[in-house]
Design a protein around this ligand. Sequence first.
Ligand code: SAM
Length: 278
Amino acid sequence: MNDPDVRALLARHGLTLSKNLGQNFLRSGAVLEQIASAARPAERILEIGAGIGSLTVLLCREAGQVVTVEIDRSLEPLLRQEVTAENHRFLWSDILKCSWPELAETCFGGKPFTVVGNLPYYITTDILMALFRSLPLWEQAVLMVQKEVADRLFAAPGGKDYRAASVLLQSFCSGELLFDVPPGCFFPPPHVTSTVLRLRPRPDAPEPEPYIRFVQACFAARRKQLAASPALRLLLQTDKEGISALLREAGLPADARGETFSPGDFRRLYNLAQKNFG
Ligand code: SAM
């Protein structure tokens, strides 16, 4: 595809961009093509954030059905001109206020779908959490995030980048970093490099809500020993000795900090916590 002239298109429609909505639009046809082909094969696509519709148009060529959730209704006249494919519809809504089960049912008849988005970076974590919580409704996600966020998500245990989000992502999904996108490929250029990643739900992913609560409690005081974590004690309704016993049973050092455990360790610990503390 040719490089879209984002500036000219916005000017023609008298639009100004909102920094608050993370509106950095792709202006590289090659990158847009790369993202669209990374979504293959996809019969049903849920796109997050339309921008000027450059990615939307390509996605409509890839899939049988495409639904785009876009919060900014001022883009509607432009988007109605740019996106005319019959297999597409817009939902003018805040993705964070959408019920994913309802989206899946009303848009795709309850069938699994692929999520694609050059994400608005100010809500990346919230979108990821919504993705985890909605498992197993979707079957693949191709997302552009800030490079440093991508590095954190795939970080190894023990390092400074290893967080609750790393454990959650690696517990719920298998994933790969596909390619980096420099600031110059956007209008206006953001201050950071971006990365496109692909996620697929793990077949053995835990039930989302209780596992998210457990991992977040383990990281609430990441510099402390896990057995001394007030949040974990509160969640499991036990004391330091109860958590130490759990760690021993899982074959983990009783004086360890959570940030040194692998996602597999967390899973084992969580399963034992469920068994022992319900
Ligand atoms: N897909 C386009 C592209 O690649 O050029 C636009 C990407 S731009 C980084 C993010 C888009 O998400 C913007 O169009 C913005 O208006 C939209 N957006 C921001 N917050 C949103 C929200 N809470 N729900 C839905 N869309 C949102």
